[in-house]
Design a binder for this molecule. Structure first.
Ligand SMILES: Nc1ncnc2c1ncn2[C@@H]1O[C@H](COP(=O)(O)OP(=O)(O)OP(=O)(O)O)[C@@H](O)[C@H]1O
Length: 248
């Protein structure tokens, strides 16, 4: 089965999220096929996190629908939890537990999890097994949250700012881990063009809560007559990826 004919793993239709004064997401539709690694690129405040939180069932849309392998993340919450792994920008974990205890806790949620040693080794935290979460560095916390997102061997994985704050070596290691997920469907929110170009078959460019363009990195570069994905982003959105929308 090619990816073009694979079933839809994620089908988000016309997602809208309104906060009091602000429409953070303004009619985003995304279809991701099983086995794809799909990137979401956008400036700060473009609505990326709100979009993936709605897809994950962590934030209720004001409008629109989400299906993950045909399931509704709100009404089929228990089933969705078994097939979805989520790494958010900020990990809200029990800080007094050690890495090992957190890994064991997360393993207990799934029928066929990775073993604890494999999970810690995957993100190079074997040496930190006994360290309390609160005593980890920011990068180590992030790596642990990646391991916890993958521990249940989820069919669908959502990763928000996968490697922000990691050093170059750690970034490359995490990329290899993601590249090894050939069976899984991955949504990757990122600011990092090199990361998106390396890992994602298709990308959606998001600006002011809308999808401005989507396609393979090659297609987006062609569409914008740009040499790099960063130039394509600037050409298609009129913004630099490093801009902060709040400042406009
Ligand atoms: N709980 C909230 N209440 C009000 N406004 C919010 C809330 N959460 C997010 N927003 C606003 O919605 C917009 C989109 O936020 P979101 O976090 O989805 O953007 P983002 O693209 O993920 O940005 P970043 O790259 O900085 O994480 C921003 O203007 C943000 O300030």
């Amino acid at each position: 089965m090619t990816q073009q004919t694979a079933p839809l793993a994620i089908d988000a239709q016309h997602l809208v999220k309104r906060y009091r004064q602000k429409t953070a997401v303004d009619g985003i539709s995304l279809q991701v096929r099983a086995g794809e690694t799909f990137g979401i690129l956008g400036t700060n405040g473009a609505g990326k996190t709100t979009t993936v939180e709605m897809i994950a069932g962590l934030r209720r849309p004001s409008e629109g629908t989400v299906r993950i392998l045909g399931l509704d993340p709100f009404t089929d919450r228990a089933q969705v939890r078994q097939i979805l792994g989520v790494q958010l920008q900020e990990a809200y974990l029990h800080g007094s537990l050690s890495c090992w205890e957190l890994v064991e806790l997360y393993r207990s949620f799934y029928p066929d999890p990775l073993d604890a040693q494999t999970a810690l080794a995957m993100v190079e935290l074997t040496e930190k097994a006994k360290t309390r979460f609160d005593d980890l560095s920011g990068g180590q916390m992030q790596r642990l949250s990646i391991a916890l997102a993958l521990i249940g061997r989820p069919e669908v994985v959502i990763l928000d700012e996968l490697t922000t704050g990691l050093d170059p070596k750690a970034r490359r290691r995490v990329w290899s881990t993601i590249e090894s997920l050939t069976e899984q469907t991955v949504i990757l929110v990122s600011h990092a063009m090199d990361e998106v170009e390396r890992l994602c078959g298709r990308v959606a460019l998001i600006d002011q809560g809308r999808v401005i363009a989507q396609g393979s990195p090659e297609h987006l570069k062609e569409q914008a007559a740009a040499v790099t994905l960063e130039d394509a982003f600037v050409a298609l959105t009129g913004k630099d990826i490093h801009d902060d929308e709040e400042d406009d």
